[in-house]
Design a protein around this ligand. Sequence first.
Ligand code: KIV
Length: 265
Amino acid sequence: MNITDFRKMKASSQKISMIVCYDHWSAQIVNQSKVDCILVGDSAAMVIHGHNTTLPATVDMMIQHIQAVAKGAPQKFIVGDMPFCSYRKGLTDTMETVDKMMKAGSHAIKLEGADDNASIITHIVKSGIPVMGHIGLTPQSVHSLGGFKVQGRQQDAADRILEQALTLQDAGCFSLVLECIPYELAKRISAELTIPTIGIGAGPYTDGQVLVLQDMLGLQTHKPKFLKTFMEGFSLIKTTLDQYDNEVKSSTFPTINEHSYEHSV
Ligand code: KIV
């Protein structure tokens, strides 16, 4: 998949699958899967580094994750997520970060919010770099939003999110993440835009879906309403670890025939 396929897929009503992935080993698996594209999300701060929000994600942290994913998934279109405040410190700083993220292996960048970001998005796009927008629940604004809450439930808030979507399309975004908004609003936005919408907690009517790999594999203990776990990863891995522990303690692993080296003669 490349940038031109996003619009083509929307035009031909083909759904886009995207997965959030942060590291080399899982990127290698995604690379061999049919999943269309990868987001190296700043949710790495929470999922990988154990923080409560995405705010502690840094440019250096994101660069490390993008490089690891790019090496593991050379056949996938990779979107790098710009971390908290990294696109709010003026044009020069923003472009330095974008430059680093593209050199690390991203094919596009994503940033949260609309309004004030429109001119910077247009500048990035005019520099030849595809930009994905992100509206609805924007986790970097968690403290302004008063928590990780569904957005756009009231009519005026819904109208405002639609307006933001149109602003981001006009600014040059090639695609938009819609996070945690009512499905009727996501349907309305997806119908009005010519660029594809990628939903997470936004119902079935978006042009594509994105989930965090660890979430959809059932590796996390939290389970928001929007999440479907396609595998019970946590208990499968725990059971496997217990089996390993058991085999070490009962001396059934390693065996001489299968897992041991012999002295040379
Ligand atoms: O960082 C992330 O995982 C994201 C997705 C929720 C879209 O931005």
